[in-house]
Design a protein around this ligand. Structure first.
Ligand SMILES: NC(=O)c1ccc[n+]([C@@H]2O[C@H](COP(=O)([O-])OP(=O)(O)OC[C@H]3O[C@@H](n4cnc5c(N)ncnc54)[C@H](OP(=O)(O)O)[C@@H]3O)[C@@H](O)[C@H]2O)c1
Length: 221
């Protein structure tokens, strides 16, 4: 599967790119600046042992991929997705956005009290299968080969097949993931990130995480 990551030069996007490339996917990282993306891809390929499995390009070019992942700051979420919407029809768009409002990122401040991912789905229209995932996984854990990430992934979306695909991608990244219901439930994942940031601050850690318990037969990854 070819995975395109819009804003894949950043902390979270490059971490996911690394893990997916490591698992054998072809990954295309996108940027507003194709040269910056090419440099980011070269860094990732070096980290991957010199195998050229990651390519860097513009965001619109990355959006031509089979599955598209959005990893930009909230302020750029809507404009970035809308700029490539022509390439997203019929595809899964995995939105990782957390609507943080700096500087008080340890406080839940959802825009208009609603999920930013739901607002994105409304703006893009139903021809795009928006799935919410990875909001609670700190980038600090991702770019370390073999590192077991002590955090589950809540996957929310209105299309169960699309959710299943994203759960598979989370598994490929070495993460345990859950069908967490409809896209509207993403409001909980988005809000939880500020809770985790508050825990990070209070306990002086870089990347606290969350686990779902009580489901037999699902050992932690
Ligand atoms: N960092 C984490 O631990 C973490 C964890 C979970 C979820 N998230 C969420 O994932 C998203 C990305 O987080 P991040 O930490 O990776 O962010 P980041 O490193 O600050 O930014 C990611 C990329 O977004 C692009 N970007 C920045 N400003 C932009 C703008 N005004 N317009 C268009 N593109 C812009 C940049 O790419 P170019 O300059 O190359 O275009 C940048 O490399 C956020 O919504 C965040 O809340 C982050």
């Amino acid at each position: 599967m070819i995975i395109g990551i819009l804003g894949g030069t950043g902390k979270e996007g490059s971490g996911l790119a690394y893990r997916w490339a490591l698992s054998g996917h072809t990954v295309v990282i996108g940027s507003r600046d194709a040269a910056k993306a090419a440099a980011g891809a070269a860094e990732l390929n070096a980290l991957l042992g010199g195998k050229a499995t990651v390519r860097g390009t513009s965001n619109p070019d990355a959006a031509l991929s089979d599955v598209v992942v959005l990893t930009v700051p909230f302020a750029a979420q809507l404009a970035t997705a809308e700029s490539v919407v022509a390439h997203l029809a019929g595809k899964i768009l995995v939105d990782v956005t957390v609507p943080l409002a700096p500087p008080k990122v340890d406080r839940v401040q959802l825009p208009n009290g609603e999920s930013a991912v739901v607002a994105l789905q409304r703006a893009l229209g139903q021809q795009v299968k928006v799935v919410s995932a990875f909001q609670n996984v700190s980038a600090t854990h991702l770019k370390i080969a073999g590192h077991a990430v002590d955090c589950d992934v809540l996957v929310c979306g209105d299309d169960a097949d699309a959710r299943e695909t994203v759960i598979g991608l989370a598994h490929d990244a070495g993460l345990r993931a859950w069908h967490a219901g409809v896209l509207a439930n993403s409001i909980a994942s988005e809000a939880l990130t500020s809770v985790l940031i508050a825990i990070n601050k209070r306990y002086k850690v870089a990347g606290s995480g969350l686990r779902i318990t009580g489901v037999p037969g699902t050992p932690a990854k």
